[in-house]
Design a protein around this ligand. Sequence first.
Ligand code: 3HC
Length: 288
Amino acid sequence: MSVDDIERVAVLGAGNMGHGITEVVAIAGYDVVMRDIEQEIVDEGYEDIQWSLEKLSEKGLVDEDADDVMARIDTEVDLETAVEDVDLVIEAAPEQMELKKEIYGELTDFTPEDAILASNTSSLSITEIATATDKPDKVVGMHFFNPPVKMDLVEVIYGEETSDETAETVYDFVESIDKTPIYVRKDVNGFVVNSVLGPFGDEAGWMVSADEATIREADATMVHERGYPMGPFELGDLTGIDIGYHVRKEAGKPVPPIVEEKVEADELGQKTGKGYYDYEDGDGADYG
Ligand code: 3HC
């Protein structure tokens, strides 16, 4: 299969990553079906895409009317119906290996033989995910960054059994949706970006947990001295504090107490209205 054979795409997951990826794929002109396990989650994701497309249209950042882009998006709850006639699946399910394996087992039965199965996992092993299928050569990592409509890079990760044909097709597909792909040829935990970004967030977490810096001080330092678009805590609020927490847990890494506290309090960042910063009653991530 080459990128020219890809016409219809399924995105599994309608959360932040799933609906953002769906939007990007639809903007590029592909037919796409967004699937999640409950209608309410799918509907919320669909509304988020509508909101985002309207914003992008107002700013002249998409060429078409938002309605024309939305017309290419179907929604679905039933997995088999979602994937039975697609050429590419982009899976953006929660970061739990057993859950992913269950999904890939079902995808083996439900997808056309040639369909490529790409995982948006942040850090789980592509090689291990692929053991749940009988076509590991067609399983590949396709790691987007949050928010997908704004972030340019996509990592294309080889599992041990991924074929060159699969990786090259996905690489070309990433270019076709106007993003910049890079190959990650070793299936290492965290791939490239999160291997570098993880210690950055962790170090800030340990410092704040030990009262060596405040959240605002740590964020301000990275923005004003390093020129990053946001500091590690604001970034945690954007991506979801639970995401980083589960990534660390799955990798058997220690979790800074400040992260544990936020997860226990269900203060997970922007999506819950409160995380390291307060987005409802406070000033949000205002660190000057
Ligand atoms: N769609 C459309 N518009 C959006 C939007 C979306 N999804 N999200 C925000 N906007 C809008 C806002 O409403 C605001 O609109 P306004 O101008 O009308 O008020 C505007 O975009 C925001 O613009 P800003 O000037 O505040 O922000 P920028 O657009 O310049 O940058 C950013 C935003 C791209 C998020 C930038 O802050 C950034 O790059 N942050 C770092 C993000 C990052 O590092 N992500 C990677 C995280 S790691 C990861 O994802 C890995 C995974 O495995 C966990």
